[in-house]
Write a protein that binds this ligand. Structure first.
Ligand code: XMP
Length: 326
């Protein structure tokens, strides 16, 4: 039985061979723990939950039920990629829930960032709980807890607290990655055959684009932030910056400025580009993106993204700024 303490002599998983060894051990451990039982997993498409899914599919196949909740605040192409990789390629038992309207209705008119986060978190648990209740005979819940989540007791993935699910929905936890560091999780993911875009994905906050569509979320600005983010990611990938820059994204404020289009004064939203490097997200420096590339990205955003008439580059390090805008 695994403990929550990483043994001092545990080898760091740095190679495919070591990853395969870990995978074999975990497959046996998972089978021993769950037997013929069914396991539920909230699959966000992030590195940790994706690696847990791939590992459990190998260990117990269709006895794993993955639930992918689309809260409408995901990046362009993300839900499609989860469906393609897990349902189509890995033949996972995947429940896809498009809850966009529910989330956006709850968020309508809410401008305060922490309130937005709370609404998104609470609604996520509610949707997940509803799906869990529809399924029968499930007694285990898999989680992508990793070692830093255990070390920081305030971790994002509340360890040992089953994500705030109600009393009558208590499950036994399956946490195969709980002694691994992030870089090891990536090596294991690669050995399990997950695509690079998933394994080397940049960090993405749980509330997603919700905290990048500043103030009260509106559908037009949400689409603008999603489209501009997709352009930024595409251009960073084309220009060798993907995997080199730690985190990069766009944000969109809730005010307009005046611009000119076809000889007429037209108001539009600004898009802010942010690209930062950090080791632990406590401090961060700004990436020195080549000016020509910034100009090219600006041209594309102004041409392709509806309602936008300015593009700004955020030059602020953390501190004094934070990485996200809210
Ligand atoms: P800040 O903005 O505090 O961000 O400098 C530090 C890191 O945390 C991420 N972040 C979040 N992640 N839920 C998350 O799961 C959140 O509410 C949240 N807010 C910020 C941020 O993207 C950065 O990587």
């Amino acid at each position: 039985m695994q403990t929550d303490k990483r043994p001092d002599d545990m080898k760091r998983i740095t190679t495919e061979a070591l990853a395969k060894e870990f995978i074999d051990e975990q497959i046996s451990a998972i089978r021993a723990q769950v037997g013929n039982g069914k396991v539920l997993l909230a699959l966000s498409g992030g590195v940790d939950s994706s690696v847990v899914a791939a590992l459990l599919i190998k260990a117990i196949g269709a006895n794993l039920v993955c639930v992918h909740v689309n809260h409408g605040l995901l990046r362009k192409g993300e839900p499609e990629q989860v469906i393609e990789v897990f349902r189509n390629r890995m033949k996972a038992n995947l429940v896809y829930v498009d809850a966009t309207d529910r989330f956006l209705d709850k968020l309508a008119g809410v401008a305060e960032p922490e309130k937005k986060r709370k609404i998104i978190g609470a609604e996520f648990i509610r949707v997940f709980e509803e799906e869990a209740r529809k399924l029968e005979g499930i007694s285990f819940l898999a989680q992508g807890t990793i070692y830093p989540d255990i070390l920081e007791s305030d971790g994002v993935k509340a360890h040992h607290n089953v994500g705030g699910l109600p009393e009558d929905l208590q499950f036994e936890l399956v946490e195969p990655l709980k002694l691994l560091f992030k870089d090891e999780v990536r090596v294991v993911g690669k050995a399990l055959g997950l695509p690079d875009e998933m394994v080397y994905r940049q960090p993405f906050p749980g509330p997603g684009l919700g905290v990048r569509c500043l103030g009260a979320i509106t559908r037009d600005r949400l689409e603008a932030v999603r489209e501009s983010d997709a352009i930024l990611r595409e251009e960073f990938a084309k220009n060798g910056l993907q995997g080199k820059v730690w985190q990069y994204f766009t944000a969109i404020p809730d005010f307009k400025s005046v611009g000119v289009r076809d000889g007429k004064r037209v108001e539009g939203y600004p898009v802010i580009i942010r690209a930062v490097n950090t080791k632990d997200a406590m401090t961060a420096t700004v990436e020195n993106v080549p000016f020509e590339l910034l100009q090219h990205i600006t041209d594309r955003i102004l041409k392709e993204v509806k309602g936008v008439n300015r593009v700004l580059y955020d030059l602020s390090p953390k501190p004094v700024a934070t990485i996200e805008w809210e």
